[in-house]
Design a protein around this ligand. Structure first.
Ligand code: HEC
Length: 191
């Protein structure tokens, strides 16, 4: 501990609202603790990796993420493929769920029959954001906020997004009456 009698308390010149300040040295115990933390840095950096045990923090983090994914796959937004989305169209239960999701959340903007209203026609071949099953899934999941299409992955469960994508795919080619004119490029080669 610093001995008070070894030095005079030195008052600094300035004064703010009657508050004045000493310019005393930091206590020695404080300084030594500070130097010790600096010395600890290289040890802390080098010991776990590459000299010490284990694979290092990054590898440990990645391993625990992989373990968590394996333990609860349903918690992690699954990546879907074109084939899986097309296959879902053959599943009546999924289509029924997709229809229910669509009627509750999408019909107001895209019309119950998909013919388009505020949002574009979903029954034609023309797509602003791409017409492959995964592209349509992506548009539904992340939305187009600037144009008023909400990001549905925040509001629906991943299975519901998949189901409503399958339902939208099933609407393509249904030719509802009074559709909104096509928007966006149609596929170069006919489907
Ligand atoms: C508040 C209105 C609104 C709601 C609700 C809405 N959409 Fe949209 N949607 C839009 C608008 C507007 C666009 C056009 C975005 C653009 O011009 O880039 C769009 C675009 C899309 C597209 C892309 C069309 C293309 O040509 O690429 C799909 C697919 C789609 N919506 C599906 C859905 C589904 C499925 C739901 C319900 C889960 C839904 N939308 C709900 C307004 C809406």
């Amino acid at each position: 501990m610093a001995d008070k009698s070894q030095h005079e308390d030195k008052l600094l010149e300035h004064e703010y609202d009657g508050i004045r300040e000493y310019d005393n040295p930091m206590p020695r115990w404080w300084l030594w603790t500070f130097y010790a933390t600096i010395l600890f840095v290289p040890l802390y950096y080098l010991l776990p990796h590459p000299f010490g045990e284990g694979d290092g923090n990054v590898a440990e983090y990645e391993a625990s993420v992989a373990a968590a994914r394996a333990a609860m796959p349903e918690q992690v937004a699954p990546t879907v493929t074109d084939e899986q989305l097309v296959a879902l169209q053959g599943d009546r239960a999924v289509l029924a769920e997709g229809k229910a999701v669509y009627e509750t959340n999408c019909a107001a903007c895209h019309r119950a029959d998909g013919g388009g209203l505020i949002g574009p026609n979903l029954t034609d071949d023309a797509w602003i954001h791409g017409g492959s099953p995964t592209q349509i899934h992506h548009t539904i999941a992340v939305g187009v906020l600037a144009k008023g299409m909400p990001p549905w992955e925040r509001l629906l469960r991943p299975e519901q997004v998949n189901a409503v994508t399958a339902y939208v795919l099933s609407l393509v080619g249904t030719n509802p009456p009074n559709p909104k004119p096509p928007e966006g490029p149609a596929p170069a080669t006919g489907t």
